[in-house]
Design a protein around this ligand. Structure first.
Ligand code: MG
Length: 203
């Protein structure tokens, strides 16, 4: 199982971090050890002083494939939830400055928190999924899949040109604007529409 993540997939988020709007999906990965198991506490990592939350829609891959065409891509995922792509922003800024890979900032243990999945039904409209994140009961991030620069299906196509997709893989599809710091004691709650799917406390 692997976790594939898309960076800079919302224009307003790319801008808030001073990044250019990409002309093809920005892809990075997290290993299996990055997955925060449900009901496991999330501990503030000792190597950072600037931990950020990034709330994202996450797809669950249900079929093995490679070179998947966009028009067939929706057959390759069958569940959706919200997740948090935890980011050590101070480390990432240093690595970016030096032109180095991001893994230390993005792929550390438990850096991928996952909500409870909703099964995708035929009525599901992937172009209109509202999601949001509350920190300590205050709305901090709000997005709609229609704002994504690259749609779910074009992401699946693009990823599968480089990496085989396998059943159980997860795809984090990018974060909207509003990313910010979290500290010990913060409570994070993620929603799709009105359904609370994710809830965790930073310990
Ligand atoms: Mg992200």
């Amino acid at each position: 199982m692997k976790i594939i993540c898309v960076g800079r997939n919302y224009a307003d988020h790319a801008k808030e971090l001073g990044n250019e709007i990409p002309d093809e999906p920005v892809i990075f990965m997290k290993p299996k050890s990055a997955l925060l198991q449900s009901h496991t506490p999330f501990y503030y990592p000792e190597f950072t002083n600037e931990l950020h939350y990034e709330c994202e829609l996450v797809l669950r891959v249900c079929k093995n494939g490679k070179y998947i065409q966009e028009r067939h891509a929706s057959n390759y995922y069958n569940g959706i939830t919200v997740g948090i792509d935890f980011t050590a922003r101070d480390i990432q800024d240093e690595l970016k400055k030096k032109g180095l890979p991001w893994e230390k900032a993005k792929a550390f243990d438990n850096s991928a928190a996952l909500g409870k999945f909703i099964d995708i039904t035929p009525e599901f409209n992937p172009k209109n999924v509202n999601f949001c994140l509350y920190k300590n009961k205050e709305l901090v991030q709000q997005g709609n899949s229609g704002q994504m620069i690259f749609s779910f299906d074009s992401i699946v196509e693009h990823i599968s040109n480089y990496f085989s997709l396998n059943i159980g893989d997860l795809i984090f599809t990018g974060t909207p604007a509003g990313v910010g710091e979290c500290v010990v004691g913060d409570e994070l709650e993620g929603f799709i529409e009105e359904k609370k799917l994710l809830s965790l406390e930073v310990k």
